[in-house]
Ligand binder design. Structure first.
Ligand code: FCB
Length: 454
């Protein structure tokens, strides 16, 4: 029998986000977010689903935390809903919002589960969108103030903070592809939004460190996709390189190298006025934890279909796919090796801790006649990705933890409830929870800190 074991201090966890699970969209003084606006607009979300009720976690969090204890995880990554704390985005604080997260943190600590708090998982208060949203630099200060307020309340207990979840997705899927809130299709706005998100990361990091009552670790979580050319041709390789720049280097370079990969000429052709102000790149480059969200890879070929962009995504035949993406475990290894070699190795001693902060797969799960959820595909996905992760660790990449996405089935953004990512099944009619077979399998892995590969 071959076993793989992870390092002794390896951290096992699961992740969720506020809008995807909480529901209670208009309770206890919560303000409106851009996701309420988008999901309440007919035709924007699959089946016109909304996060109004979601997994009703706002009312059922105790039951859900019992599930965390049952899984035996060491840490739980969740996000704070900005509109619960500041219903107008800035100004008056809603005490009931802070109380809610205060209770969550206390209960997690009581269970010896480390809270990993993310400040922004996409639910921007609508009044700040009305001021121009992330493409407007004024949002940076609003975010920093919000970070300060949450840290003042939770910073005596929370040691690990993430500023943003997937700023690339906020910027590009929200402002260029138009599939996420606020639903814009403007490349210049996406680039501006991304820069402001990153600057707000740097300034919020300073604010959190200043307000916290103890040493804290500041992280960011990035969606990173290894980009493969569809063929060996020069044109396809160049196209893949371009996409790698626009999806990966555009966030990694500023955060870890203090540089921007976007050329001055591209900036000038897309933007009016100067975007990067003196000192910005120094501000952005501060990180204690680099959180990697890995789901899939991207395969790219050269194409004239879309002028200016000249690239097209292709889906190689014969591989395994889920309802959303190609399943490609080896990409995790390739990605981690690249981060290590290109970004972390040159940093010497000041290297941030590397963690997988999301990884998971949607499976059209259902409850069988005997009450079990037999999600074999998720178990296979988990097992194959953990094997690749372990391979990277063996090869010297210091990955410190793994968080599965997600604890619960939830509102999967533009896909509504059509995609189930949970280790725990949620019947959205009754809100009944059932631990899936993958949840049981994961709990065994956590307990043993490894598993048998044959
Ligand atoms: C990530 C998001 C997360 C979830 C997964 C499937 O991009 O961070 O909220 O939707 O994808």
């Amino acid at each position: 029998m071959t076993r793989i074991s992870f390092p002794d201090d390896f951290i096992w966890g699961v992740a969720t986000s506020a809008y995807q699970i909480e529901g209670a969209w208009n309770e206890d003084g919560r303000g409106i977010s851009i996701w309420d606006t988008l999901s309440h607009t007919p035709g924007k979300i699959m089946n016109n689903d909304t996060g109004d009720v979601a997994a009703d976690h706002y009312h059922r969090w105790k039951e859900d935390f019992d599930l965390l204890s049952e899984l035996g995880v060491h840490a739980y990554r969740f996000s704070v809903a900005w509109p619960r704390i500041l219903p107008q985005g800035a100004g008056a604080v809603n005490p009931k919002g802070l109380d809610f997260y205060d209770r969550l943190v206390d209960d997690l600590l009581r269970r010896q589960i480390e809270p990993y708090v993310c400040l922004y998982h996409w639910d921007l208060p609508q009044p700040l969108q009305d001021k121009g949203g992330w493409p407007n630099r004024a949002l940076v200060n609003d975010f920093v103030e919000y970070a300060r307020i949450v840290t003042r309340r939770l910073g005596d207990r929370v040691k690990v903070w993430f500023t943003h979840n997937e700023p690339w997705v906020t910027a590009f899927v929200g402002h260029f592809l138009g599939e996420h809130a606020p639903g814009w299709k403007d490349l210049g706005a996406a680039i501006r939004a991304l820069h402001h998100l990153l600057v707000s990361h740097g300034l919020a990091a300073r604010a959190i460190r200043a307000e916290a009552k103890q040493p804290v670790q500041i992280g960011i979580t990035l969606n990173l996709n290894p980009v493969y050319p569809a063929s060996d041709s020069e044109k396809d390789r160049e196209a893949a390189n371009q996409v790698d720049m626009m999806m990966n280097r555009i966030v990694l370079d500023p955060l870890l190298k203090g540089t921007s990969p976007i050329s001055e000429s591209t900036m000038a052709s897309l933007l009016t006025g100067k975007l990067i102000q003196p000192g910005d790149l120094e501000t952005i480059r501060t990180l204690d934890i680099l959180g990697v969200n890995y789901y899939s890879r991207t395969v790219i070929k050269h194409s004239n279909k879309i002028p200016f962009i000249n690239v097209e995504q292709v889906y190689p035949p014969g591989n395994e796919y889920s309802g959303m993406w190609e399943i490609f475990p080896e990409g995790l290894y390739v990605l981690l090796k690249r981060i290590q070699e290109e970004y972390l190795a040159p940093l010497g001693d000041s290297v941030p801790r590397l963690m997988i902060t999301e990884n998971g797969v949607p499976v059209p799960d259902g409850v069988d006649f005997d009450g079990q959820v037999r999600d074999e595909r998720r178990i296979r996905y988990l097992r194959n990705h953990l094997i690749q992760l372990h391979r990277a660790v063996q090869d010297g990449v210091a990955v410190k933890g793994y968080f599965h996405w997600s604890l619960l089935d939830n509102f999967e953004w533009a896909w509504g409830y059509s995609q189930r990512f949970g280790l725990v099944y949620v019947d959205f009619k009754t809100q009944k929870r059932v631990v899936k077979n993958s949840g049981r399998w994961f709990a065994e892995v956590v307990k043993a800190n490894g598993f048998a590969t044959d």
